[in-house]
Write a protein of this length. Structure first.
Length: 417
């Protein structure tokens, strides 16, 4: 039976807000100082952005540039406000106006890169971040943003990009040692590379700077779980919950930590908390199912027949709930089938193995499960069919089965076509 946990990590893209009416670049150009009224509306717009009121931010910043059409930082901030509103074309136009006024002003290039990043236009994003760095060699956030772009590219086609990301994040923390997000992202790369000690160092640096950074607490806990330190993981997660007590993500990770040490009641408590706060979270139901399955298996092994049946039935309910929430969740259907098979309810096991294959045609565990069920029933044509599907890829998977025996069964039944 497969455990599948997908802890989600948050990606943060920093941008720079210019709250004052001039920059070093602007001073070199000797732009006219904007009127105090324009500056007032610019700063009102920036304040509104910090408060998450992007409609008001756009209004205030449009007022600023209406009053002063050559207000460089007003256009820069208006572009940023449009970005937060998801009005990317308007954002691009505003930022390009800022660049036209001062081609050596780094900030709008950084914001343009952030927009292209959001749109997954990574090559274009890199060019903009490079321009920002060209005109401001000490622009830590531009290095940071370029690093995030390299990380995104590393998941698709460019594995070398991860080394570039590492270099940029180190540069960002050299320029700004108090950049918690850069330390956090660098830790994630070290964790991904298996350099766990360096990852812990960087997570702890991020948390020294910002103890309220719940992502770092969660990531550190994931690392502790990964390295077999569940108690440290739980300590980190409890720190995160003190900052965000209603975080479903943190409760999920805490449940996983309890599950790893087989503390099933506490694991259930955490997963149930997630379900209460986010009833559509299919992974919470899936993990509840896994806990009940383990409790049922323990009861069965200890001769507690009635308790085993009750727990396995609860497991099936939870797996089916997960599948209903996400109809392509093949692992949930497979686990429901496996639990039915453990209960010796073969008709329902077949139904759910088939649902697993419908949801996920390459689910070889389901193919193997159907093959074994039909072999036990003496239906060798069907057993051969599903065993052949399994053998196409089964030899290279982590599924621990006697492949040679299956090959013999298939051979005796006429072999695969």
């Amino acid at each position: 039976m497969k455990k599948t946990f997908f802890p989600k990590l948050i990606l943060v893209l920093l941008t720079v807000l210019a709250m004052v009416p001039s920059s070093a670049e602007a001073k070199k150009k000797k732009f006219d100082k904007p009127s105090s009224r324009a500056v007032y509306h610019n700063n009102q717009g920036v304040t509104a952005m910090y408060e998450g009121n992007f409609d008001r931010a756009v209004f205030e910043l449009k007022t600023a540039v209406e009053l002063e059409p050559k207000y460089l930082e007003g256009w820069n901030n208006l572009g940023l406000a449009y970005k937060y509103k998801g009005r990317y074309e308007d954002a691009i136009n505003a930022l390009q106006k800022a660049i036209e006024m001062d081609k050596k002003y780094a900030s709008p290039y950084n914001h343009l890169g952030a927009i292209y990043y959001d749109q997954k236009r990574y090559d274009e994003a890199l060019k903009q971040f490079e321009m920002a760095i060209k005109y401001n060699k000490k622009f830590a956030d531009a290095y940071y943003n370029r690093a995030l772009t390299y990380v995104a590219m590393s998941y698709t086609k460019n594995t070398e990009a991860l080394n570039s990301a590492t270099s940029d994040l180190k540069q960002a923390t050299d320029l700004n040692p108090d950049h918690p997000y850069a330390h956090n992202e660098l830790a994630k790369i070290y964790q991904r590379k298996g350099e766990f000690e360096l990852a812990i160092i960087r997570y702890k640096l991020a948390l020294e700077i910002n103890p309220n950074l719940t992502e770092s607490w969660n990531n550190l806990a994931t690392l502790y779980n990964q390295t077999g330190q569940p108690l440290k993981a739980q300590e980190a997660l409890n720190h995160a919950l003190r900052k965000e007590p209603n975080s479903a993500h943190t409760h999920m990770n805490l449940g996983i930590s309890y599950l790893k040490e087989k503390n099933y009641p506490l694991a259930l408590r955490e997963f149930d908390t997630v379900i209460r706060s986010t009833p559509t979270n299919e992974m919470a139901y899936f993990n509840v199912g896994f806990v009940h399955y383990q409790m049922g298996l323990d009861a069965k092994n200890n001769g507690m027949v009635d308790k085993a049946k009750t727990e396995l039935e609860e497991a099936i309910k939870a797996f089916i709930s997960a599948f209903k929430l996400k109809p392509n969740f093949g692992d949930a259907a497979y686990n429901a089938a496996y639990a039915y098979q453990t209960l010796n309810d073969i008709p329902n096991a077949i139904v759910w193995f088939e649902k697993a294959l419908q949801a996920q045609p390459d689910n070889i565990r389901a193919s193997y499960g159907l093959g074994s069920v039909y072999e036990a029933q003496g239906d060798m044509p069907k057993a051969k069919k599903y065993y052949c599907d399994f053998l196409k890829v089964g030899k290279t998977t982590e599924l621990q089965v006697d492949v040679k025996r299956i090959e013999q069964v298939v051979s005796q039944a006429g072999g695969c076509k």
